[in-house]
Design a protein around this ligand. Structure first.
Ligand code: HEM
Length: 421
C-alpha cells in the first residue's frame, strides 16, 4: 500500500497528529526556556514594579507567542475537526505556517531581548504571515463545512483579534525604529494589549471551555444562547475598548470594561451549572474550571479600581497581567492537556481493531490526584510571584518562580509518561 493511501485511510485526527505534536513540542520547549529565564528576570521586573523593557517584552512574548499561542494553534487543528466533524483544509499549509511563525518568533525574541526594533519588525512580519496562513486554513475549513455554531463564532472572533494584535505588534516595531506614527504609539500599545490578552487569548479559552468543560464533566448543561451572549459581551467589550482608546472617549472605555466584567461573571455561572449537572472529571480539569471564577473575581477587583478611578497604594496591573499569562492562560492550557494528550495518543496508538483488544483505559493513563497537586503547586508559585509584584520583593519573586518551575517539570514529566503506553 502506498504511503499516501495509508494516510488517506487514517481518521482525520490522526492525519493531523504529527502537525499538532510539532506545535505542542515547540510550545513546551519555548515555555521551559521562558520559565528558566524568568528565574533571573522576574526578580528584576518585580523590584522595578513594571514589565516594560527588553526582559519584560521577551518574557511576555515567549509565554504568549511561543507557548500559549503556539499551543492554541496546534490544538485548534484538532478541535476544529471535532467541533465541525470535518477535515482540516490543508495539513501541508499547517507545516508552512509553522515554519514562518517559528522563524519569525525566534527573530523577534532576539529583537525583544536586544531592544532591536528592526528585528522585532522583520520577525513580527514573518509571524504575521504565519498567523494569516493559520487563519486562512481555519477559515477554509469552516467555509467548506458551512456549519454555524457558537464555536465557529467564538473561534472566528478570536482569530480576528489575533490578526489585529500581530499587525499592531509589527507597527509598534516600525514605530519604535523609525518614529512613524509615534503620536499614536500609546493607542497602538493599549489596543495591542487588549486585543491580545482579552480578545485573542481569553476569547479562545472561553470559547473552548464551552466545548471542553461540559464534555469532560459529562454534564447535562450544554452551551446555548448564554454562550453567544458571553462571547458577544467579551468580544464586543474588547472592540468597544479599542474604539474608546482611539477616539479618547472615557465613557466608552468604561462601558467596555463593564461588558467584559459581565461576560466573566456570566461565564462563572455557566461553569457552576456545568459542575452542578455533571460528574467529577478526570485529569487535572477541575483546576481549569475553578480558575474561571477566580479570574472573574480578580477582574472585578482590577476593573473596579479602574472604573471608580480609585488610587490604591499597590500597582495592580503588572501583578494582574502576570496572573493572566501564567496563572490563567498557562494553567488552563496545562490542565486541558491532561485530557487532550492521553486522548490523542490513545487514538493514535490504538486505532486499529486488533490493537484495541489490548487497550488500556484512557482513565488509567494519568495519575489525576497527583497531577492536580502539581498544577496547584505551580499556581501557588505564580501567586507568590504576583504578590512579589505588588510589594516589590525580588527574593519572593525568585522563590515563587522556582516553586512553579519545579512543579511544572513534575507535571510535564507526567504528560510525557503517557507516551509509554
Ligand atoms: C507579531 C507579533 C508581535 C509583535 C511584533 C509584538 C510587539 C510588541 C512590542 C514592540 C511591544 C512593546 C511595547 C512597549 O512596551 O512599548 C509589545 C508588548 C506587549 N505585547 Fe506584543 N507583539 C506581538 C504579539 C503579541 C501577542 C500575540 C500578544 C498577546 C497574546 C502580545 C502581548 C503583548 C504584551 C502583554 C505586551 C506588554 C509586555 C511588556 O510591557 O513587557 N504581543 N509587543
Amino acid at each position: 500500500m502506498c504511503v499516501s493511501t495509508a494516510i488517506r485511510e487514517k481518521p482525520s485526527n490522526l492525519q493531523v497528529f504529527p502537525l499538532t505534536f510539532l506545535f505542542f513540542a515547540t510550545a513546551i520547549v519555548m515555555f521551559m526556556i521562558g520559565m528558566i529565564a524568568a528565574i533571573n528576570w522576574v526578580p528584576n521586573l518585580s523590584s522595578a514594579g513594571q514589565v516594560r523593557g527588553p526582559e519584560g517584552w521577551m518574557l511576555a512574548h515567549l509565554f504568549l507567542l511561543g507557548w500559549v499561542s503556539m499551543m492554541a494553534m496546534g490544538a485548534n487543528f484538532q478541535l476544529i475537526q471535532v467541533i465541525l466533524n470535518t477535515k482540516l483544509f490543508s495539513r501541508a499549509l499547517g507545516f508552512v505556517h509553522y515554519l514562518f511563525y517559528t522563524v519569525g518568533l525566534i527573530l523577534s525574541l532576539i529583537g525583544f531581548y536586544r531592544g532591536d526594533s528592526d528585528l522585532i519588525a522583520i520577525g513580527g512580519s514573518l509571524i504575521a504571515i504565519g498567523v494569516l496562513l493559520f487563519v486562512f486554513n481555519m477559515a477554509m475549513t469552516m467555509v467548506r463545512k458551512r456549519k454555524w455554531n457558537v464555536f465557529v463564532f467564538g473561534v472566528s472572533a478570536s482569530m480576528l483579534n489575533f490578526v489585529m494584535v500581530v499587525s499592531l505588534g509589527v507597527m509598534q516595531g516600525i514605530s519604535i525604529g523609525t518614529g512613524w506614527g509615534s503620536s499614536h504609539y500609546d493607542r497602538m500599545f493599549m489596543s495591542h494589549l487588549w486585543l491580545g490578552m482579552a480578545g485573542w487569548m481569553s476569547g479562545l479559552i472561553v470559547t473552548y471551555s464551552f466545548k471542553l468543560l461540559p464534555m469532560f464533566y459529562v454534564s447535562r448543561k450544554k452551551p446555548a444562547k448564554d454562550a453567544y451572549w458571553i462571547i458577544g459581551l467579551l468580544q464586543g467589550g474588547v472592540w468597544l475598548k479599542v474604539g474608546g482608546i482611539w477616539f479618547e472617549v472615557e465613557l466608552v472605555e468604561k462601558m467596555a470594561l463593564v461588558s467584559v466584567m459581565i461576560a466573566m461573571a456570566l461565564m462563572t455561572l455557566f461553569v457552576i451549572r456545568v459542575q452542578g449537572k455533571g460528574k467529577p472529571p478526570g485529569g487535572a480539569v477541575p483546576v481549569a474550571a475553578n480558575l474561571i471564577p477566580a479570574v472573574a473575581v480578580l477582574l472585578w477587583i482590577w476593573g473596579g479600581q479602574d472604573l471608580f478611578s480609585l488610587s490604591v497604594p499597590l500597582s495592580l496591573t503588572p501583578a494582574f497581567g502576570f496572573f493572566l499569562i501564567c496563572g490563567w492562560f498557562t494553567t488552563t492550557t496545562l490542565s486541558y492537556l491532561s485530557k487532550i494528550v492521553p486522548f490523542l495518543w490513545w487514538a493514535y496508538r490504538f486505532h486499529t481493531k486488533w490493537q484495541k483488544k489490548n487497550v488500556v483505559l484512557l482513565s488509567e493513563m494519568t495519575p489525576d490526584r497527583r497531577m492536580i497537586g502539581e498544577l496547584v503547586l505551580f499556581l501557588g508559585g505564580v501567586i507568590v510571584v504576583c504578590v512579589s509584584f505588588l510589594i516589590q520583593r525580588p527574593e519572593l519573586a525568585m522563590f515563587g518562580q522556582i516553586v512553579s518551575l519545579c512543579a511544572l517539570v513534575a507535571y510535564i514529566a507526567e504528560l510525557v509518561r503517557i507516551f509509554r503506553y
